[in-house]
Ligand binder design. Structure first.
Ligand code: NI
Length: 166
């Protein structure tokens, strides 16, 4: 397993739409393992393949307190969503920024698991928010896109300044 480099906003590679994995083979499983390593090390509760510069529809998540319940979703698709919740979100690709974001509070998601088996997940609360945040990444969307333009511009300026100083 290996730790991968995480791309930071406003890197244009975060804006690419990721392609579905044609099957869950050893290469995809290695990517999942490396993403889990990277996510736990960061530390974060979710990571998407585009954030580590792989344009594939693969997501890893662990919202458990003890950090021992890894979830991986290949080609996830939201089948239904309901309710509304507002949660403070952050992102490993936008370090140091936490903002309130409104999203549906429940989702039903279809995906393939690590063994390529088709599965359906009903999620609510933090897990539902996290799944939606990570699926956004697969479509080139970041949580700052849910904020006002003014806020997003401020975050962008701050991020560009941090990049110049790095
Ligand atoms: Ni994120």
């Amino acid at each position: 397993m290996a730790r991968l480099e995480i791309l930071h906003f406003p890197d244009p590679r975060l804006r690419r739409r990721a392609e579905p994995a044609s099957s869950v083979d050893d290469r995809v499983r290695r990517l999942i393992d490396d993403m889990l390593d990277t996510m736990y090390d960061a530390p974060g509760i979710g990571l998407s393949a585009p954030q580590v510069n792989v344009a594939k529809r693969v997501v890893t998540i662990d919202v458990s307190k003890d950090r021992n319940a890894p979830l991986c979703l290949v080609n996830p698709e939201i089948r239904s969503a309901g309710g509304e919740t507002e949660t403070e979100e952050g992102c490993l690709s936008v370090p140091g920024v936490y903002e309130m974001v409104k999203r549906p509070e429940r989702v039903r998601v279809h995906a393939l698991d690590r063994d390529g088996r088709s599965c359906e997940i009903e999620a609510e609360g933090l897990l539902a928010v996290c799944i939606q945040h990570e699926i956004d990444h697969l479509d080139g969307r970041l949580f700052v896109d849910h904020l006002s333009r003014l806020k997003r511009q401020r975050i962008r300026k701050k991020a560009e300044k941090a990049l110049r100083q790095a």
